[in-house]
Design a protein around this ligand. Structure first.
Ligand code: ADP
Ligand code: MG
Length: 253
């Protein structure tokens, strides 16, 4: 089966400032359907830039990108936006939820921008379905401030899933979360990946990357390492260990 993502010699040069910045320098990469990839690398190594290219949020300066077999370079702005809507979902580090809007309404937002128009009932139904997938349907009417960090990130993931994407792109999705909540979120990702969604995420936490299937490392705009994860961590098991350790700690208090 052809790769869902195929990058050939991708370069990205930012030339808006006085000095051009060569942020991505010849990245070639294939990601198969059902892949679960962590991109690591120090700050400034080009991870977010590469994610923006993958997400069709920015165009490469040079190189080719086939997304699900479609050559992204041949598309105009509107076609690119449509492709993004059809195939991609996004999760960001800071959740980016609207504060005065309920969890359900936050999840509905991407559907309002799509080509297809939905009735209020359809919006409602689909939002509830994705909230259910992330285990939050009972909190649908809560505002972000009434939710924990992990719950807010679940809402953001549900929002990323609303258009039924093939690929979920997440830039440091556990960056603002404590370690236990991070494991919880990795559990949500593992479940989604088991259901067939391809996931590409940026993280700088080595242990978090161990929940993925494949680890890439970027340095100075280049991919310098690409390995399959051996002894992959299972979030459900790790969560049970954490809970058991907490109980043990309470007993010995
Ligand atoms: P990472 O996500 O790994 O921290 P980035 O992709 O954000 O790295 O940045 C890679 C390089 O590109 C950095 O040197 C950064 O300063 C630069 N850069 C990122 N975005 C822009 C932009 N919009 N304009 C100019 N330079 C940028
Ligand atoms: Mg970044």
């Amino acid at each position: 089966m052809p790769a869902v993502v195929s990058l050939q010699e991708i370069h990205k040069i930012y030339s808006s400032g006085e000095v051009p910045v060569h942020a991505v320098r010849g990245v070639s990469l294939e990601i198969e359907r059902g892949g679960f990839v962590a991109i690591m690398g120090s700050s400034g190594s080009g991870k977010s830039t590469l994610m923006n290219v993958l997400g069709c949020l920015d165009r490469p300066t040079k190189g080719s990108y086939l997304l699900d077999g479609i050559d992204v370079a041949g598309l105009d702005r509107n076609e690119l936006a449509d492709l993004r809507n059809q195939k991609l979902g996004f999760v960001f580090q800071g959740f980016n939820l609207l504060a005065r809007t309920t969890a359900r309404e936050n999840v509905e937002l991407p559907m309002l921008y799509g080509k297809r128009k939905f009735t209020a009932d359809e919006l409602h139904e689909r939002a509830m379905k994705t909230l259910d997938i992330v285990g939050l349907s009972k909190r649908a009417d809560h505002f972000p401030s009434q939710l924990s960090g992990g719950q807010q990130q679940r809402v953001a993931i549900a929002r990323g899933l609303i258009n039924d994407p093939q690929i979920l792109l997440a830039d440091e999705p556990t960056g603002n979360l404590d370690s236990k909540t991070s494991v919880e979120i990795m559990g949500v990702f593992q479940k989604l990946n088991d259901q067939g969604i391809t996931i590409v995420m940026v993280t700088h936490e080595l242990d978090i990357a161990q929940y993925c299937k494949r680890n890439l490392i970027m340095r100075d705009g280049r991919l310098v390492s690409d390995v399959q994860v051996t002894n992959r961590l299972n979030a459900t098991e790790e969560m049970q260990k954490l809970i058991a350790a907490e109980a043990q700690a309470k007993l010995s208090d």
